[in-house]
Design a protein around this ligand. Structure first.
Ligand code: PMP
Length: 300
C-alpha cells in the first residue's frame, strides 16, 4: 500500500486544488458556487448520480448517464447539454484532477429562480461534476459483514415520488439513515408502504435462500441500482437462479445470506438484521463469490 508521501493523490499536493466542473468550465473547488436562489438548494429540485472510476475508466458511465437523463425527464428538467458532452466532461474532470480511482458526483439543479415553487421562474440549470478520492467502507466490514436495522421511515410511495428518480431530495433516505446511525448501524433497511422490503438508504438488498438469489422487484419502489443490475448479470453468468420477487422482513431473517450493492459499497455482506444473525452470522459463499466477480468486472 502507498503511504501518504508516496501517493500521487491530490490531497497530498497542497498546491493543487481540486477542479470542479460547473456549466462547461473547470474551476477551483473553492470557486465552484451556485446561487442561494437555486431551486436545487431551496427545494431539492434537481437530479444527481454517483459513479466510480477504476484505473481512470468510469464504470458503466453510459448507464449512469441514461439514469440521470431519465430522472431529469421524470421531473420535467431539461439538461442543457447532450449525454455525449457530459460524458466527455466527466472524463476531462477526472483527468484535470489526476484521479484514477475516484468517486464522481453529477448534479443537475433546476437553477436559480424566485422564492416560489414554480420551476418556470427558474433559468439556467446548473450542471456540476465533482470528482474526489473514494472513501470506502472499512476493509474489515467486508470480511466481518455489516449489521443493519429496519428503519421505521417507509420508503417514498412511488405515486408520491418515485424512488426510481434519483432526485436531490434525499430526505426520505436521510431520515432512515439517521435511525440506522442512532442504532449504531451505517446502513438501514427500508420497507415500502405495503410492508415489503424495498432497499437500504443508499444500497439495494439481496438475499440468498437455498442457492437462489432473491431481490425486490423494481415495483417494490426502489432505485434501479446499476450495481444491482451488474450483480444480477454476474449471477446469471455463474449459473445462479435470480428471482426478483416481493420480500418481507421474515424472508430476510430466515435467509442463508444477505448482502447490499451500491456504487460506493460494491457488494458488502450483511450478517445481522434487527439483532438476528443471518445464516451462520458470517459472510456466505455466494456473497463472497459475487463480490469477487464484481470486483473483477469493475476493474477489468
Ligand atoms: N438505492 C438508493 C436509494 C441509492 O441511493 C443507491 C446509490 N445510488 C442505490 C440504491 C444503489 O445504486 P447504484 O448501484 O446505482 O449505486
Amino acid at each position: 500500500m502507498l503511504t501518504r508521501t508516496q501517493s500521487a493523490s491530490p490531497d497530498t499536493q497542497p498546491h493543487m486544488s481540486l477542479k470542479v466542473y460547473i456549466n462547461g468550465r473547470l474551476v477551483d473547488k473553492d470557486d465552484a458556487k451556485v446561487s442561494v436562489y437555486d431551486h436545487g438548494l431551496l427545494y431539492g429540485d434537481g437530479v444527481f448520480e454517483g459513479l466510480r472510476s477504476y484505473g481512470g475508466r468510469v464504470f458503466r458511465l453510459e448507464r449512469h448517464l441514461d439514469r440521470l437523463y431519465e430522472s431529469a425527464r421524470a421531473i420535467w428538467l431539461e439538461i442543457p447539454i447532450k449525454p455525449a458532452e457530459l460524458a466527455k466532461a466527466v472524463n476531462d474532470t477526472l483527468r484535470a484532477n489526476a484521479l484514477e480511482d475516484a468517486y464522481i458526483r453529477l448534479v443537475v439543479t433546476r437553477g436559480a429562480g424566485s422564492l416560489g415553487l414554480d420551476p418556470n421562474r427558474t433559468s439556467d440549470p446548473q450542471v456540476i461534476i465533482i470528482t474526489d478520492k473514494i472513501t470506502l467502507y472499512p476493509a474489515e466490514l467486508y470480511e466481518r459483514g455489516l449489521e443493519i436495522v429496519t428503519a421505521s421511515t417507509i420508503r417514498n410511495h412511488p405515486a408520491a415520488l418515485s424512488p426510481r428518480i434519483k432526485s436531490l431530495n434525499y430526505l426520505n433516505n436521510i431520515l432512515a439513515k439517521i435511525e440506522g446511525l442512532q442504532a449504531g448501524c451505517i446502513e438501514a433497511l427500508m420497507l415500502n408502504t405495503k410492508g415489503e422490503v424495498a432497499e437500504c438508504t443508499g444500497d439495494n438488498i439481496f438475499l440468498v435462500r437455498d442457492g437462489v438469489l432473491l431481490t425486490p422487484p423494481l415495483d417494490a419502489g426502489i432505485l434501479e441500482g446499476i450495481t444491482r443490475d451488474a450483480v444480477i448479470e454476474l449471477a446469471h453468468e455463474a449459473g445462479v437462479e435470480v428471482r426478483e420477487i416481493p420480500l418481507t422482513k421474515h424472508d430476510v431473517y430466515v435467509a442463508d445470506e444477505c448482502f447490499l450493492t451500491g456504487t460506493a459499497a460494491e457488494v458488502i455482506p450483511v450478517v445481522k438484521v434487527d439483532g438476528r444473525s443471518i445464516g451462520p452470522g458470517v459472510p456466505g459463499p455466494l456473497t463472497r463469490d459475487l463480490r469477487e466477480r464484481f470486483h473483477k468486472l469493475a476493474r477489468s
